[in-house]
Write a protein that binds this ligand. Structure first.
Ligand code: SAM
Length: 273
């Protein structure tokens, strides 16, 4: 097992707070995440490998691991620490700036599993980049701050319900797997963390669905009708809402995923579809 705390001390490294560098040091949590990934004979994308504690556990199970790391110092250390793992490729890149096509070819142009202890400052955009994409993702196991996880699991009518929560439900079955206390990390963060797993539910990716959601949630205080008008015009918006048997004054946060699916169908195919 790679001991990140010991490596940091031995190499005189200073964890970079701005990059969310809280390294996992609890061996059983690392193994648990790697087990949840169920990546035997599969290709894995790891975002933010840091000093390689999770990468190591993934690489003994997986066929191939692509580890994308933004910090040049980590990349340098990783290359020597993981030297004997011939199935790991470390890419020195900002994950958020990678194009889908680049990611897909770097991972070997095959369906893949995602595993990550996500840096807190990119949790939502990084997850959104994967959820809101046609990439052939077999499964995701993402560790994040407890507070961030609530946005993924939010139910209709809650304050946190958003396009992210709807997209999660549309494309994945999301499960809260387990909690981690700050003592599982070095340095210790001030907050609790959780691991979420995302199992694809077979619904095909549709970019028009995301466009609709973004329009519906654009101004939370506005009614659905007002928000939708900016996408399809006032009269059509009213017709679409009526066709879906929704009250004219309803707001996006009151709608279920099925309501959004129906709205999208009508917007894409017309009122007489
Ligand atoms: N996986 C390691 C572990 O569990 O011990 C490190 C996790 S640490 C929370 C997050 C890692 O993500 C850091 O190594 C950090 O440098 C890296 N990182 C931060 N922003 C990133 C980005 N935009 N793209 C890729 N890696 C990033």
């Amino acid at each position: 097992m790679i001991n990140s705390k010991q490596l940091i001390k031995e190499l005189g490294l200073v964890p970079n707070k701005a990059l969310g560098q809280n390294f996992l040091i609890d061996g059983s949590c690392i193994e648990r995440i790697a087990d949840l990934a169920r990546c035997e004979n599969e290709s894995v994308l790891e975002i933010g490998p840091g000093l390689g504690a999770l990468t190591d556990a993934l690489s003994v199970r997986a066929d191939r691991v692509l580890a994308v790391e933004i910090d040049a110092k980590m990349v340098e250390v990783l290359s020597s620490v993981l030297g004997e793992h011939s199935n790991v490729t470390v890419l020195h890149r900002d994950f958020l700036r990678m194009k889908e096509s680049e990611l897909f070819s770097a991972v070997g142009s095959v369906p893949f599993i995602v595993a990550a202890n996500l840096p807190y400052y990119i949790t939502t955009p990084a997850a959104m980049k994967l959820i809101d994409s046609p990439l052939p993702i077999r499964r995701m196991v993402l560790m994040m701050q407890q507070e961030a996880s609530e946005h993924f699991l939010a139910e209709p009518k809650s304050k946190l319900y958003s396009p992210l929560s709807v997209l999660c439900r549309r494309y994945y079955t999301v499960r809260r797997e387990f909690e981690l206390s700050p003592s599982c990390y070095y340095p210790e963060p001030a907050v609790q963390s959780v691991v979420l797993s995302f199992e694809p539910n077979g619904n095909e990716y549709d970019p028009a669905f995301t466009k609709l959601l973004k329009a519906c949630f654009a101004m939370r205080r506005k009614t659905l009708r007002n928000n939708l008008s900016s996408l399809v015009g006032k009269d059509f918006a009213a017709g679409v809402i009526e066709a879906a048997s929704l009250p004219p004054s309803c707001r996006a946060e009151e709608l279920s995923v099925d309501d959004f699916v129906q709205l999208n169908h009508t917007v894409s195919n017309g009122l007489n579809s």
